[in-house]
Design a protein around this ligand. Structure first.
Ligand code: PGA
Length: 310
């Protein structure tokens, strides 16, 4: 068996892109070159890696096994490079950070402060929802993640660094806008615009209503906090969002927070990485910076031994 790392990298790119053509675009090769490398890998390993059904390609059982090991090899190599860069004392470094869609409202401010102190670090910032963040952690594709509380079933290290209260928002002219202590039962005739499946905000909202035995009516499912706010402003329904996502609309009085019993949901932002991951010195510096300074830079209260119930 004489397989190469390049073949494994190309194979992993095809699996992730679920297509030879898209993988080729991503890694700047031609589609025939990509197919050829995968064919050579198949003939070296003496197995078929993909099967084609209609226009889609699927991993075979052998393909899934190879994918598992190929990812591990590539991630280990990446980690080796990081460790060697440390040993060589390189002044330049890369930091791969992924943040939950909602953390998009404060992550750039924090990154900009960090970047001023460490101008030699090149940051790759990816914004996506909770489900994808967990996948990226699982596959060791990121150094650090900012998200709501991760599941205890995964081998992760997670530290809460800031509050993330969730509230119900309405346009200022909504009949309940000035009501005090709104009962959940008063919301049964309202329509809620909700985030997509896989969003942490959506999960917390569903658990909240379930705990309080409240069956709400949901309207549009929208995969962006920004579009939810616009839709709430336009009178299409109520929204359930993080306080962090609505600061400027509250300041401009374009939206209001409804004063509903049992709310806000007390939720926290966590800085997360895989347990036992060798963090580069830049990643370690970012972790320490976030935990020590993030709330203060964003003008939020520090948290102490927080217990996350959501
Ligand atoms: P989301 O995550 O942006 O995917 O909803 C935020 C959270 O977990 O609170």
């Amino acid at each position: 068996m004489n397989i190469t790392i390049r073949q494994l990298e190309i194979f992993v790119a095809v699996v992730r892109a679920e297509s030879y053509t898209r993988a080729a675009q991503k890694i700047h090769l031609t589609q025939p070159a990509v197919s050829m490398q995968v064919k050579q890998l198949e003939s070296q390993l003496e197995v078929v890696l993909f099967e084609q059904l209609g226009k889609k390609i699927y991993l075979t059982e052998a393909g899934s096994e190879v994918y598992h090991y190929a990812r591990t090899v590539i991630n280990q190599l990446q980690e080796m490079r990081t460790v060697l860069e440390e040993i060589k004392g390189l002044r330049y470094g890369k930091l791969r950070i992924s943040v939950a869609t909602t953390a998009n409202y404060f992550a750039p401010t924090l990154l900009s402060t960090f970047y001023k102190r460490h101008p030699n670090v090149s940051v790759n910032l990816n914004v996506t929802n909770r489900q994808t963040l967990l996948q990226q952690l699982e596959e060791n594709e990121v150094d650090l993640v900012i998200m709501g509380k991760p599941p205890s079933t995964m081998e992760l290290e997670a530290e809460a660094f800031m509050e993330n209260p969730l509230v119900i928002i309405a346009p200022p002219e909504h009949p309940l806008a000035s009501a005090q202590e709104i009962k959940l039962s008063q919301l049964l005739s309202e329509i809620f615009l909700v985030r997509e499946e896989g969003s942490g905000t959506r999960g917390a909202m569903e658990r909240f209503f379930k705990t309080h035995h409240c069956k709400i009516t949901t309207g549009m499912e929208i995969s962006s906090d920004e579009a939810i706010k616009q839709s709430v402003k336009a009178g299409l329904g109520l929204g359930f969002l993080s306080y962090d996502a609505i600061q400027s609309e509250l300041d401009l009085q374009q939206l209001t927070v409804l004063n509903v019993e049992h709310l806000p949901i007390r939720r926290y932002w966590y800085l997360v990485h895989r347990k036992g991951k060798r963090l580069s010195r830049f990643a370690l510096a970012f972790k320490e910076f976030m935990i020590a300074e993030a709330p203060q830079i964003l003008g939020k209260a520090r948290i102490d031994g927080a217990v996350d119930i959501s």
